[in-house]
Design a protein around this ligand. Structure first.
Ligand SMILES: Nc1ncnc2c1ncn2[C@@H]1O[C@H](COP(=O)(O)OP(=O)(O)OP(=O)(O)O)[C@@H](O)[C@H]1O
Ligand SMILES: [Mg+2]
Length: 159
């Protein structure tokens, strides 16, 4: 991350089909874990991204979706086009993120309520890394969440 901050991270940007990449990441996860991941990525949606870095971002978001939701709850990965932008959503039906924390979760080392965080483990870096990488590729990351119902992280890449 320090390398990315100092401007030394090189991004290998190339046009890629996001629906294929997202399906690949979901498959990796299916082979490793036992969580149900629903993929809604039928349409071919292209964006100019760095394949490995975007994979890292999706893995960080999936890791959170898995950690902060019940084992029996589904996780959804959605790829869609909105206006001219390519959009990826990672949605869970987990514990959610309180409004007062939502603005800070992308900061380094920030974890919601250390009490609840202690049981899951982690350093509070996954989302900071995700934000740095997404913005480094020219995209944006946003979150919507309802406590007790779930969270949705959205990645937006300009066409
Ligand atoms: N999908 C989610 N549902 C509920 N809370 C979340 C979710 N994703 C992130 N959070 C909250 O935001 C905090 C920051 O997330 P982040 O991924 O940066 O750190 P982490 O998961 O705690 O640790 P690390 O990713 O370094 O292993 C988490 O500690 C958690 O409280
Ligand atoms: Mg994390």
């Amino acid at each position: 991350m320090a390398r990315a901050d100092s401007g030394y991270t090189r991004y290998h940007l190339e046009p890629l089909l996001l629906n294929e990449l997202v399906s690949e990441v979901a498959d990796i996860n299916k082979n490793l874990g036992n969580r149900s991941i629903q993929v809604d990525a039928t349409e071919n949606i292209e964006a100019v991204v760095d394949r490995d870095r975007l994979k890292q971002v999706l893995i960080n978001l999936l890791d959170n979706a898995i950690k902060y939701s019940g084992a029996e709850q589904p996780i959804e990965l959605i790829v869609e086009r909105i206006d001219k932008q390519a959009v990826i959503r990672v949605r869970d039906r987990g514990i959610g993120i309180p409004l007062q924390d939502r603005g800070r979760i992308f900061e380094r080392f920030y974890r919601v309520d250390e009490d609840r965080a202690r049981t899951t483990g982690g350093h509070g870096l996954g989302l900071a890394i995700a934000k740095t990488l997404v913005e480094g590729m020219g995209g944006k990351i946003t979150v919507r969440s309802t406590v007790g119902e779930g969270s949705e992280f959205t990645l937006i890449f300009p066409k």
